[in-house]
Design a binder for this molecule. Structure first.
Ligand code: SAM
Length: 278
């Protein structure tokens, strides 16, 4: 395959800038630019869109996004060692890459973005779930983003798309699928990364629903779901005891058997319960 751009191969970039991967920053780099271009294509046409990328590292996915035609990429990177390599990419794509040095949990990315906005990232494993939850729980819905295309450890990806009755089904599945349509778009073996992590990874693609799949107050929904899965092996009448003095009656009112367990409940049933409990 022809090279996607005229910049040096990533192995060279890493050697020149001394970017030995740091475990503490969740650094597992993607060095195959054809693969990063493939990930960049998952959200669809980005030529009229701004892309938010968290953790560009040496810039493999950033280059994929730019080579695939993203109008503009805003990349937030905590590791200052990566900035010179990213500056070279910015120079090769004038006016299309802005890099913010900082912690993605603290930077107000939105202030630097113009719609439509897509989020694409090979996330650092230690902040990935926290970021996803934040993207799924903004003050208003629909959110400011048009899609999320996110690399997670495979086990986390499976928890996001899990169906009721499975071990992976939990708070993350209910929250994600209540607000968005979620699917695994790509699965990658450890060898796709440098250094290779212990386990496989997967890219999850999420598109926000115009409104949550079933009506319920978001705070009530979050409370019920968190409590139900906190003690997932218990029957709901026990797991949800603290939520209401007559929890059995409330469960029945919502059409749910008090002896059922959280992992068997559909998202529709969780929403019905959240409405009943208010
Ligand atoms: N995007 C690159 C790739 O695909 O090769 C690197 C991905 S690596 C899994 C995660 C990146 O996130 C690293 O570059 C790391 O320095 C950065 N990072 C870690 N914690 C971060 C944080 N809190 N905010 C922003 N970037 C962070």
């Amino acid at each position: 395959m022809p090279p996607i751009d005229r910049l040096p191969p990533l192995r060279e970039v890493i050697a020149i800038h001394g970017l030995a991967a740091k475990k503490s920053l969740g650094q597992n780099f993607l060095l195959d630019l054809n693969l990063t271009a493939r990930i960049a294509r998952i959200p669809g046409d980005l030529t009229q869109a701004d892309v938010l990328e968290v953790g560009p590292g040496p810039g493999g996915l950033t280059r994929g996004l730019l080579a695939e035609g993203a109008r503009r990429v805003l990349a937030i990177e905590k590791d200052t060692r990566c900035l010179p390599a990213l500056a070279e990419i910015a120079e090769a794509y004038p006016g299309r890459l802005e890099v913010i040095e900082g912690d993605a949990l603290e930077v107000d990315a939105r202030a630097h973005l113009n719609g439509p906005i897509h989020v694409v990232a090979n996330l650092p494993y230690n902040v990935g779930t926290e970021l996803l939850i934040r993207w799924l729980t903004p003050a208003d819905w629909p959110p400011y983003w048009q899609s999320l295309t996110l690399m997670f450890q495979r086990e986390v990806a499976e928890r996001i798309v899990a169906q009721p009755g499975t071990k992976a089904y939990g708070r993350l599945a209910v929250l994600a699928q209540w607000k968005a349509e979620a699917r695994i778009a790509l699965t990658l073996p450890p060898e796709a990364f440098t250094p290779p992590p212990k386990i496989s990874s997967a890219v999850v693609h999420l598109r926000p629903r115009p409104e949550p799949a079933f009506p319920a107050d978001p705070a009530a929904m979050e409370r019920v779901v968190a409590k139900a899965f906190n003690q997932r092996r218990k029957m709901l009448r026990a797991a949800l005891k603290g939520l209401h003095p007559q929890i059995e009656a409330k469960l029945e009112e919502a059409g749910i058997a008090p002896t059922a367990r959280a992992e068997t409940l559909s998202i529709e049933q969780f929403a019905a319960l959240a409405r009943t409990l208010g």
